[in-house]
Design a protein. Structure first.
Length: 239
């Protein structure tokens, strides 16, 4: 009787990739792939300076969800803290902007800076799961978020608010933040509020949904063994 497939697989002495030996034994293939993917620290720092804002963002994709956020906009700080905590991405953001005019530039540029840091930390995106999605309830509210870390930026935003402001922040600015993040992070991002009444719950469920979906998508897939998650062998552009 032949031994089970799993037993035969793990007795493989040497496997090859591109003509070169890469492991001894099947178990090493999985462990080696994870170790290789984690060799490079997935951290990044970005500084963005314009005449309107000065922003620094530091992230660690493989963190614990710790954060230090100071944008000068209380409600935005609260949302970015949710993003960090529920994605398990360590996040530090310091922003100085022209808040004497309004919150638009600081909100948008913070999205650009964090998104750019994510893209920088991902590098060529080898070994990642690539896709993620989340369905987030908050009391009477339910929001769906799905994303593809494809290096092809696109935003679908199906979120409506019944109030023009939350605290001192214009609710129309949340779309600007998500658009900026998707653009600079290089993600295809769909955000849809299915139903809800409380505007705070609606927007917070959007950020929590992004966090959970991003956590899935950037996670290292041990079976990819450091490969780009595309049959094209590369992500980005029109490919």
């Amino acid at each position: 009787m032949r031994p089970p497939l799993s037993s035969r697989f793990f007795r493989v002495r040497r496997l090859y990739q591109n003509g070169r030996p890469i492991c001894r034994g099947g178990r090493d293939l999985v462990k080696g792939g994870v170790a290789k993917a984690k060799e490079k620290s997935r951290t990044a720092s970005v500084e963005r300076k314009t005449r309107e804002t000065s922003i620094r963002a530091d992230i660690d994709l493989d963190g614990t969800g710790s954060y230090s956020v100071a944008t000068g906009i209380g409600f935005l700080d609260h949302m970015l803290e949710q993003l960090s905590r529920h994605s398990l991405m360590d996040l530090a953001v310091k922003a100085d902007g022209d808040l004497h005019i309004d919150f638009h530039h600081t909100t948008e540029d913070t999205g650009y800076a964090i998104g750019e840091a994510v893209a920088k930390a991902l590098g060529d995106r080898r070994g990642i799961a690539r896709w993620g999605d989340a369905l987030i309830p908050m009391d009477e509210t339910l929001t769906r978020v799905a994303l593809d870390v494809s290096a092809r930026p696109y935003l679908v935003w199906k979120v409506n608010f019944s109030r023009p402001k939350l605290g001192e922040m214009d609710t129309e600015l949340f779309k600007e933040w998500f658009q900026a993040f998707a653009q600079s992070a290089g993600v295809t991002l769909h955000v849809e509020n299915l139903y809800g009444e409380n505007n705070h719950h609606i927007v917070e469920s959007c950020y929590k949904g992004l966090a959970r979906a991003l956590r899935q998508a950037v996670a290292i897939d041990p079976r990819r063994a450091g490969e780009v998650p595309s049959t094209k062998g590369v992500l980005g552009g029109s490919l």
